[in-house]
Every structure is written in C-alpha cells, then in structure tokens.
Ligand binder design. Structure first.
Ligand SMILES: CC(C)(COP(=O)(O)OP(=O)(O)OC[C@H]1O[C@@H](n2cnc3c(N)ncnc32)[C@H](O)[C@@H]1OP(=O)(O)O)[C@@H](O)C(=O)NCCC(=O)NCCS
Length: 176
C-alpha cells in the first residue's frame, strides 16, 4: 500500500555521558561550516561542560545524536544576564543562560533546533527561570529561531571573534 513519505522527527532528551562522542563529532562539523564556536573545537568535551552547567539536552534524528543545547548559571561576564538584571523585570526573577546550541549541518531544517530550544524553555518555565542568551550577528539562523519563538532583543554587545570584536545581540525569553 502507498505510504506517503514522512520526514523523520527529532527527539529531544537529557544528555548522558554516552552522548559526548556524537556531540563532539557534530560540533566539529558545525565549526567547519559555521565557524561556531568562534573559540574553536580543540577540546569539544571541555566546551560541552561549561562552568556553572545546569542542564543539557541532545536531539536525535533517526536514532543518531545530531544536536545539543544547555543551560548555565549566569556570571558577571554574561552580557545578556547583566543587561536583563538591570531591568525591573530582570531584577525580580532568577535567570539562566541558554547556550551551546548547535545542530549537525546535515540534519538541519527538521526542527531539531526549535525542539531543543523549546525543551530548555519548558524546563525554565517549570523551574521559574527566565532565560537569556547572546547571539553573534553572523549566526542568522539562530537569531531567526529565537525571534520565531518569541525571544526579545534587549541590547547589543561585542564578542571576541578571535579576529577582533564583532557585534552580538542579547535576548531574553518570553515571559511565561
Ligand atoms: C541555529 C541552528 C541550531 C538551527 O538548527 P535547525 O535544526 O536547522 O533549526 P530548525 O529546523 O528548527 O529551523 C531552521 C529552519 O528550518 C526551517 N524548517 C524546519 N522544519 C522544516 C521543514 N520540515 N521543511 C522546511 N523548512 C523547515 C525553519 O522554519 C527554519 O527556517 P529559517 O532558518 O528560514 O527561519 C543551526 O542552524 C546551527 O547549528 N547553527 C550554527 C550554530 C549556531 O549558530 N548556534 C547558535 C549560536 S547563538
């Protein structure tokens, strides 16, 4: 019987230790195509374990780990967190920083990026957290994704690209 072709749907779940090799492989492929992260991928395992790590998730597509996202505690060097805390709204809530979002270039446009971001946003909503992030101007696919999900731009900062300072935009997640 005729079966209409179905796009595979990504599945998002909490990251485990077993996911590191696949996450590292995806990150290296992302860096080659997008130059993300700008600091390079000499030590993917360390980059995937940032200071203040709170939660991390991966996306699987057809059984393969193809994407990643995490939340970290804000520091005084997180421009978006500093900016949001200076607002009346931001001073009244607990904040976490969304970051390390990437999807393998060959697995894009299947909504993995969206579903990863939604998983982090759903967790934040249930934990009573507002999320902040900053995105470099060059990362336009990510910027479109955040804005599609209702994130609000609250300012601009500079990021060290390794070849000088480049603009980055600071965002806050939509109010629950
Ligand atoms: C940003 C990023 C994570 C998005 O990942 P993704 O899995 O492709 O994200 P989505 O599939 O949810 O959305 C991407 C696009 O595909 C589209 N799309 C999703 N499913 C689709 C489908 N079935 N058919 C057609 N288009 C589809 C979305 O509408 C979106 O379109 P747009 O870019 O024109 O707005 C990815 O591009 C990436 O890893 N970029 C490099 C790293 C990076 O910039 N990280 C963030 C730094 S702040």
């Amino acid at each position: 019987m005729f079966q209409p072709y179905q796009q595979p749907t990504p599945v998002v779940r909490p990251r485990t230790e077993d996911d590191f090799p696949a996450c590292a492989a995806a990150l290296i492929a992302v860096h080659e195509v997008d130059g993300y992260p700008v600091e390079g991928v000499a030590d993917p395992d360390a980059w995937l374990r940032p200071a203040g790590l709170m939660n991390a998730w991966v996306a699987e597509l057809a059984g393969e780990v193809i994407g990643h996202i995490c939340l970290t505690e804000p520091t005084d060097t997180d421009a978006a967190a500093v900016m949001f805390r200076e607002t009346v709204e931001g001073a009244a809530v607990d904040i976490a920083v969304l970051g390390r979002l990437f999807v393998h270039p060959e697995a894009r446009r299947h909504r993995a990026g969206e579903l990863l971001t939604r998983a982090a946003m759903d967790h934040a909503a249930s934990a009573g957290l507002r999320l902040v992030l900053d995105a470099m101007e060059k990362d336009q696919a990510a910027i479109r994704l955040y804005e599609r999900l209702g994130w609000r731009r609250i300012g601009t900062t500079d990021h060290d690209s390794g070849h000088g300072l480049v603009p980055a935009y600071c965002y806050v997640s939509p109010a629950p």
